[in-house]
Design a protein around this ligand. Structure first.
Ligand code: XMP
Length: 484
């Protein structure tokens, strides 16, 4: 089913423009008891749209329609039991009691006229409904995995109450996107910078389906890629995905600009600037181009929209941040309505290998932010070898797909060791292995000791120049995933 996320201050305007089948009012950290907290104009409620308020959304609904919300004495956070009083359409097909996840301070005390409680959790009203106006509220969060039947509740709201049908499928999306791109581009030509990652690759594939070889892609070797990555990714683009790709071997350009630079932010800036230069050089050589393809995803679009309104500072997302401004190309962003899991499904439907579609994220500045201190060819080679061992061992332990990232970091210290009868004084590598849902928070993985042991043994034995391996046990926050 197709949905869009809009900030509350646009809700009325969007409700008029998009004619949605229904609206879900999300939760949020604020309190409706606080003056100045987010509200919706009265006219919004008069439109007769089916509504589902979740947590803050339920409290807002209750307060706005004439009920009472009171500040709680203490926050309720964690597992609770939803005890049904009446199933109604929302809880249809669900057991009388099931586990839900709560996270709230305030609670609804008196329901607005026309509403009935559908369930409770202890003495808290857990769900309310006014079926005549198709308005519902949930105090708990149906969207989290700890809430049982959560997806079913959302499905009941969307299908039974709003009357939505499931026609927003991967196939339908691909067909529509290709037709739209073909119509928009006409006979013109387009350019796409490939990063080796999933998003830019899927975007390029979609556009290629629409306009064929009038799409030219550029894949830059910045000298900071992993072992064999440039050659294998380029080969995959050309031979398996049949894209027209110009490979640019620009390692020297990047490395010479990075000489003696050890400040992380400087490294990132230099790499970003140099990438734009290389890309511009290629675009100039190609001549007449009208469109630029970008793998912008829906989360990038949301992050670029201010929650508090147009006056607040807007964060520009990193995919667009550093692009040449004087090139005056029109943007094609075929994935801007999709989340990452949807992009992966589109990629698979378009014929990408599962191993490519499920690649772990890799930062734009590459290994430069995993070599602490100055980046040199010799240190890059050391890290590449160590990292390749990490990838092989994680793969053979069957762990790669379950993780957000697993990689090696080269530290700017040396330590003493002993090998055979010789004293060594060599580099230290750190191992970083994390799980995460979106990269915003992350936890270090409790890897089996045997896997840690194999990785450590192999790196110390096979990579000359590294004699010690340590494991990073810092979560994010307070640590970041990358070390720089
Ligand atoms: P941090 O280190 O901030 O990373 O916890 C969060 C996620 O973002 C990736 N990352 C980047 N990705 N360009 C990217 O495309 C970058 O400059 C960049 N820096 C970090 C990182 O690998 C992790 O998955």
């Amino acid at each position: 089913m197709y949905c869009e996320i809009v900030p509350y201050w646009q809700a009325l305007e969007k409700a008029e423009a998009l004619c949605p089948r229904g609206v879900i009012l999300s939760g949020g950290p604020d309190s409706v008891c606080r003056t100045g907290s987010p509200e919706l104009p009265a006219a919004f409620y008069d439109r007769g749209l089916p509504l589902l308020g979740i947590c803050y959304g339920m409290q807002l609904l209750a307060k706005s329609l004439g009920g009472t919300v009171v500040p709680g004495n203490q926050r309720e956070f964690g597992k609770a039991t939803n005890e049904l009083m009446e199933a109604g359409a929302l809880f249809d097909g669900m057991p009388a009691r099931f586990q839900v996840w709560m996270s709230h301070g305030d609670r609804v005390e008196a329901l607005p006229a026309g509403f009935r409680p559908l369930s409770r959790s202890g003495d808290v009203i857990a769900a309310m409904a006014d079926e005549s106006r198709k308005a519902y509220g949930l105090q708990f969060h149906p969207e989290v995995v700890h809430t049982h039947n959560g997806l079913k509740i959302l499905e009941n709201f969307l299908v039974r109450i709003c009357g939505c049908s499931r026609d927003w499928t991967t196939t339908a999306f691909i067909e529509t996107a290709i037709a739209e791109i073909a119509a928009r581009v006409g006979d013109a030509r387009a350019l796409c910078g490939l990063s080796g990652g999933v998003d830019s690759s899927v975007a390029a594939l979609l556009v290629h389906r629409a306009i064929g070889d009038r799409l030219t892609c550029v894949f830059v070797d910045n000298g900071l890629l992993r072992k064999n990555e440039y050659a294998s990714v380029l080969q995959n683009y050309r031979e398996r995905l049949h894209l027209k790709v110009i490979g640019v071997d620009a390692g020297d350009r990047f490395l010479s600009r990075l000489t003696d630079v050890d400040d992380p932010e400087s490294k990132r800036k230099i790499i970003g600037e140099e990438f734009i230069r290389v890309f511009e050089d290629q675009a100039r050589k190609l001549g007449e181009l009208r469109f630029l393809v970008q793998g912008t995803l829906y989360p990038d679009v949301i992050e670029s929209t201010s929650v508090r309104g147009p006056s607040a500072t807007i964060k520009s997302h990193h995919n667009v941040g550093g692009l040449p401004t004087d090139m005056q190309l029109e943007m094609i962003e075929p994935l801007r309505e999709l989340f990452k899991d949807e992009v992966r499904r589109v990629g698979e439907k378009l014929g990408m290998d599962a191993s490519f579609v499920h690649r772990q994220p890799f930062p734009g500045p590459g290994l430069a932010v995993r070599i602490l201190g100055p980046v040199t060819r010799q240190r890059l080679d050391l890290l590449r070898e160590a990292d390749a061992i990490v990838q092989e061992e994680m793969e053979s332990a069957g762990l790669t797909r379950q993780l957000w990232q697993s990689f090696a970091v080269l530290l700017p210290v040396r330590s003493v060791g002993v090998m055979g009868d010789d004293r060594t004084y060599e580099n230290v590598a750190a191992l970083r292995v994390v799980t995460s849902v979106d990269g915003m928070t992350a936890d270090w993985v409790r890897l089996p000791f045997e896997v840690l042991e194999r990785i450590s043994n192999r790196i110390v034995n096979e990579v000359r120049g590294i004699n010690r391996v340590v494991y990073d046990i810092t979560s994010k926050p307070p640590g970041t995933i990358e070390w720089e």
